[in-house]
Design a protein around this ligand. Structure first.
Ligand SMILES: Cc1cc2nc3c(=O)[nH]c(=O)nc-3n(C[C@H](O)[C@H](O)[C@H](O)COP(=O)(O)OP(=O)(O)OC[C@H]3O[C@@H](n4cnc5c(N)ncnc54)[C@H](O)[C@@H]3O)c2cc1C
Length: 249
């Protein structure tokens, strides 16, 4: 395969507007990646290579193939959602230091909004592949449970590792019966209704020696930071990844 190119080998529909693509044939440089890093991708659009767009590598660094998980937004990602196995893309990377070193920390808290889960899926898949049993909490905010994916995989991770998962469902009314989602086989998976407020954070998070990783839309990040501060988390212990895309050259 020509340097800088890769081939789509698998396409998985995760939710109504989120797809995962798996690639083979990419440059050897990608073998030396850490969990939560990203790549930049170009695709053929109207007969020429597009501008590069950044996407987190959502699989584990130990995985043989590369996987990205992409939400449909503007024209570029709409075209990405039409890619089929066999088609070629141009990939550069790996880039990014967001979650680097996460496997050496204890009491990690990962807070994601929507597709902002991708770096944390990479970290948890890495923990699973490498058998890392550090204490970790994942709080994932979505409007409804139908907007989340990899649910069975996350359940298994809570059983195998020291990981607790909290699904925060913002479209659910406070006080609604969240017990209907619970599965007694997986007590490490919890469900909370409404926004991810200080009450939710206080209930699940131990602020002592915590390292927080936050990835989601900027308004959600601002809200969470204020709520974390309100429960006594030192904001110097919070690392953020911003998915904001202003266009590339
Ligand atoms: C480090 C990093 C990691 C990321 N990881 C992920 C990830 O794992 N998964 C993920 O889904 N996203 C991720 N993103 C975000 C992702 O890069 C952007 O969402 C994506 O590149 C934007 O694609 P688009 O189709 O909107 O782009 P474009 O089609 O180029 O559009 C760019 C913006 O302009 C607007 N726009 C463009 N053309 C038009 C037009 N003709 N009319 C009106 N509006 C227009 C679009 O709506 C969009 O807001 C990441 C971003 C960063 C920085």
């Amino acid at each position: 395969m020509e340097k800088g190119r890769a081939r789509v080998v698998k396409v998985e529909q995760e939710t109504g507007d989120i797809r995962s693509l798996t690639f083979e044939g990419f440059d050897e440089a990608f073998r030396n990646r850490s969990a939560g890093g990203f790549l930049s991708m170009k695709i053929m659009m109207d007969g020429q290579w597009s501008k590069p767009h950044p996407f987190t590598i959502s699989c584990a660094p130990e995985d043989d193939l590369l996987r990205v998980t992409i939400k449909k937004a503007g024209p570029f990602t709409q075209r990405v959602h039409q890619l089929e196995p066999g088609e070629e893309v141009a990939l550069a990377g790996p880039f990014g230091l967001f979650c680097k070193g996460a496997d050496t920390l204890d009491n990690i808290v990962m807070i994601a909004g929507g597709v902002g889960i991708t770096p944390f899926l990479s970290v948890l898949r890495h923990f699973r592949r490498a058998g890392i049993k550090k204490r970790a909490l994942l709080i994932w905010s979505n409007r409804t449970l139908d907007d989340a994916f990899a649910l069975d995989e996350l359940k298994e991770i809570t059983r195998e590792l020291s990981v607790k998962v909290v699904h925060n469902l913002s479209r659910e009314e406070k006080g609604s019966d969240m017990g209907r989602f619970e599965d007694s086989d997986f007590p490490g998976v919890k469900y909370e209704a409404g926004r991810c407020t200080r009450d939710v954070l206080k209930k699940h998070l131990d602020p002592a020696g915590v390292s927080v990783f936050l990835c989601g839309p900027p308004p959600m990040q601002d809200f969470i930071l204020a709520e974390l501060e309100a429960i006594g988390v030192d904001l110097k212990s919070v690392k953020k990844e911003n998915f904001t895309w202003q266009g590339g050259k």
